[in-house]
Design a protein around this ligand. Structure first.
Ligand SMILES: [Zn+2]
Ligand SMILES: [Zn+2]
Length: 215
């Protein structure tokens, strides 16, 4: 077979060179500094840590091999790339106590264009390969409103909605799980911020967020 990224002959989906390039691009490899409070990679201690401030961690910036692979995954519907992306979450999950994964659902258009829900695929793989439990708590095409939402959140609100209260999620909260939202690309942060607000309203929990790439 050939590498999905560079087209060189390869035994794996992404060849060793591209796998290495993916690793080298990560914040973990690029940033020397670590946040003194949470230990996550940080460009400079003069800037606030995104994880400590807003509970968000990204694997890498949205550029080069990460951006190309994400475009192939989402834009061209290459679902096998979930096998390349799912393992990127494992080191980020390692420092979170008892995580319960909550995939942010694909937009209706995205889903119908590519025929799969990319973060759900990744959550399923993380369950199968890493034993991480996940729950689907959101759906697209919501109609409700919330007085706690900002203007920007209201703009995405008409597409993202919370499913009816999930008994398993209530149990997970009681048993001390950390709710972890999974998304692919962080741009304005509106979707994650909205998801977090909806979870806080419905379940009274403060969710963390992990993403593959940050724009
Ligand atoms: Zn390659
Ligand atoms: Zn921190």
């Amino acid at each position: 077979m050939v590498c999905i990224h560079c087209g060189r002959l390869s035994d794996s989906l992404a060849c060793p060179i591209c796998t290495q390039a993916l690793q080298d691009l990560s914040y973990e490899s690029q940033y020397r500094q670590r946040c003194p409070d949470c230990g996550r990679p940080q460009l400079d201690r003069a800037y606030p840590c995104l994880f400590c401030q807003r509970g968000i961690q990204a694997y890498a910036p949205y550029t080069s091999v990460v951006a190309t692979l994400l475009r192939q995954f989402k834009g061209e519907g290459q679902r096998s790339l979930s096998k390349v992306f799912a393992p990127l979450f494992i080191p980020m999950l390692a420092s979170i106590e008892n995580p319960l994964l909550i995939p942010v659902p694909a937009s209706n258009k995205g889903f119908s264009d590519r025929g799969f829900d990319q973060m759900l695929l990744i959550a399923r793989l993380l369950k199968r390969t890493g034993g991480y439990p996940y729950l689907r708590l959101f759906a697209q095409e919501g109609k409700g409103q919330s007085k706690f939402l900002s203007m920007r959140e209201r703009q995405v609100r008409h597409t993202l909605t919370l499913l009816p209260l999930n008994e398993k999620a209530i149990q997970a909260k009681k048993s001390g799980h950390t709710f972890v939202l999974l998304d692919d690309i962080y741009t304005t942060g509106a979707t994650l911020s909205l998801s977090k607000t909806l979870l806080a309203e419905a379940y009274g929990i403060e969710a963390l967020s992990l993403v593959i790439a940050m724009v």
